[in-house]
Design a binder for this molecule. Structure first.
Ligand SMILES: NC(=O)c1ccc[n+]([C@@H]2O[C@H](COP(=O)([O-])OP(=O)(O)OC[C@H]3O[C@@H](n4cnc5c(N)ncnc54)[C@H](OP(=O)(O)O)[C@@H]3O)[C@@H](O)[C@H]2O)c1
Length: 289
């Protein structure tokens, strides 16, 4: 079926999730986050991806309220941070209070911190209570997922959000998730802040033919792989550009060229080392005014 700006993917519990969204990592709390969310929604985005640790949930909630959309027209994701690992219920209720929402559409374990199985089992309860419509994980490699799936959980995660871009294609993980019915989301789809991969000659070579920007080529590659990208930008022109993905189709040859760019090059933290991250590298939680 042809993809459009309104297309959704059906998660393994029947909930429908938009096939692209707007990320707000490193978007400053206050007017910047509020305006980014409002602009994204005005440009047709229906999914917003935030997290406790981004420290902008309150401002994101204001942007959502500004949009005037009905709650059910939007898909809002947030994530549990390690401060709340032992009490995910409190973590979610606090996020909901900041977002000014009565439920989120997707609630993720942000990283495979120690004790993720116990935390996930609480997410199952929160989902049953209707506080989140879908649940899942982020930064989970195949071995983390196997450990979780073998631990007696009742709900197969609906989503795994992972760093995915042409230099880190995560082919084996994507295939594993596909077989288990777990939808993959691509974070840092353009390579991430300060580490963009938009000047690769292979991508630039495709731009003239498709009359598209390298960013759009990459995001379209995600969509054609069945992966849901959530690019971040605070600039209205880029927010718009990153959603203009539905008037061209990459050839199989070009998809393979991008697949071949893979170097397993992760720009974010290595998930297996997350519990050993030194405190000076840990993000600081700053309350919003
Ligand atoms: N689960 C996790 O652990 C995790 C980790 C990282 C990110 N995420 C999520 O994924 C989202 C996206 O990842 P990300 O923010 O790391 O990286 P990204 O979306 O790959 O890249 C963001 C950077 O690209 C720039 N940019 C955006 N669109 C552009 C365009 N069309 N042309 C040129 N530059 C462009 C942005 O600059 P401007 O803003 O100045 O336009 C920003 O510097 C995050 O916002 C967050 O929601 C999740």
């Amino acid at each position: 079926m042809e993809l459009s700006v309104n297309s959704t993917v059906k998660l393994n519990n029947g909930v429908r999730m938009p096939i692209f969204g707007c990320g707000v990592f490193r978007v400053r709390q206050g007017e910047e986050s509020r305006a980014t969310v409002r602009t994204a929604i005005e440009n047709g985005y229906r999914m917003i991806d935030t997290a406790r640790v981004y420290c902008n949930e309150r401002s994101v909630g204001q942007g959502i309220a500004d949009s005037g959309l009905k709650r059910e027209e939007l898909f809002v994701t947030t994530k549990l941070w390690k401060e709340d690992w032992n009490d995910p219920r409190k973590g979610l209720l606090d996020s909901l209070e900041r977002l000014n929402l009565s439920y989120v559409d997707l609630f993720l374990l942000h990283w495979p911190f120690k004790g993720f199985i116990q935390a996930y089992k609480v997410l199952e309860q929160l989902q049953e209570e209707g506080l989140c419509r879908a649940i899942g994980v982020s930064n989970f490699k195949i071995h983390h997922l196997k450990e979780l799936l073998d631990s007696g959980i009742k709900v197969i995660p609906q989503v795994n959000q992972m760093e995915i871009h042409p230099l880190n294609t995560e082919m084996a993980l994507t295939q594993f998730c596909y077989e288990k019915g777990i939808t993959m989301e691509a974070y840092s789809p353009l390579g991430g802040e300060g580490r963009l991969i938009l000047d690769d000659p292979r991508l630039i070579g495709m731009c003239e033919y498709y009359q598209k920007k390298p960013s759009q080529i990459i995001l379209r590659w995600d969509l054609q792989r069945g992966v849901v990208p959530i690019p971040k930008s605070v600039h209205a022109q880029r927010i718009l550009e990153n959603s203009q993905l539905f008037d061209f189709v990459l050839s199989q040859g070009d998809i393979e060229t991008i697949n071949d760019m893979n170097r397993d090059e992760r720009r974010n933290y290595e998930p297996d080392l997350i519990d050993q991250r030194p405190s000076w590298l840990e993000p600081q939680l700053v309350d919003e005014v």
